[in-house]
Design a protein around this ligand. Structure first.
Ligand SMILES: [Fe+2]
Length: 256
């Protein structure tokens, strides 16, 4: 199994190559390589054939036919508050995460479904595949959703997730993060990414975050602490705005 030093060396080489390309005039990549070697499982599992193009101009309804329909009545306030989904309160540092979703022209993306999933405060997912020996929290499932409002804003109340180990390499730990999914107006426009917390000491060791080789794009994945969003006696506030497309796009895990 590779060591952290092996992985860090590979990350440094790929970042240096990216810097050389940009210095030579290449545009900053909008998406990471699908087979980013330091993130070991991306190599065998990335698509090996070109993605299937859907000709939505020739047959626009083909996209809509396979898409889900979300009505306002399907989603309640409880879905966006992960601290109130069980009989008791979950353990951990309570946080509010909010932000605005914009398209490439700066227009708010309204009425769109935003979903999140995350580990609990101990760094454990409530999922059978997660066998990390950290405690499960009977009062925390770690799944939430909401619709953006007329300004394109979303908001969740939850607890800060813990860092957790994984088996990419020896002594591999993921920085604390929340997984986000954004649905556009069609199922085929679902975008998935991860939000990180400012100042996490694990950033330089993480091959998933480092697969975004442009430092400015990596920085856009990190939320900002915002004291105005903190609530007295209740929760700490983080702001994380998302641009779904264009040169300032927040990096996503799949190409569009
Ligand atoms: Fe995760």
């Amino acid at each position: 199994m590779p060591t952290q030093a092996d992985i860090s060396r590979e990350i440094a080489a790929l970042h240096a190559a990216g810097e050389r390309d940009r210095a030579a005039g290449a545009p900053a990549p909008q998406h990471p390589a699908r087979d980013y070697a330091p993130y070991r499982s991306s190599t065998p599992r990335h698509p090996h054939r070109p993605l299937v193009e859907i000709d939505h101009l020739a047959d626009p309804e083909a996209v809509e036919l396979s898409g889900p329909a979300f009505g306002r009545t399907d989603i309640t306030d409880l879905d966006a508050d992960l601290t109130r989904q069980h009989a008791g309160e979950p353990l951990g540092e309570r946080i509010t995460v909010t932000g605005q979703i914009l398209d490439r022209t700066g227009r708010p993306v309204r009425g769109q479904l935003v979903e999140i999933w995350q580990a609990n405060a101990s760094g454990r997912y409530a999922h059978q595949r997660d066998q990390h020996p950290a405690p499960l929290d009977p009062n925390f499932t770690g799944v939430g959703r909401c619709l953006t409002d007329d300004q394109g804003r979303y908001e969740f109340t939850t607890v800060k997730p813990g860092a957790y180990p994984w088996r990419n390499h020896d002594n591999a730990w993921r920085p604390a993060h929340i997984h986000f999914s954004f649905f556009g107006p069609a199922f085929t426009q679902r975008l998935i990414t991860q939000m990180y917390f400012p100042g996490d000491p694990l950033f330089p060791y993480d091959p998933i975050l480092s697969s975004v080789t442009d430092p400015a794009a990596r920085a856009r994945l990190v939320a900002a602490y915002d004291h105005e969003l903190s609530r007295p006696e209740r929760s700490l506030g983080y702001r994380w705005d998302v641009v779904l497309d264009g040169p300032s796009a927040t990096w996503i895990e799949e190409g569009r």
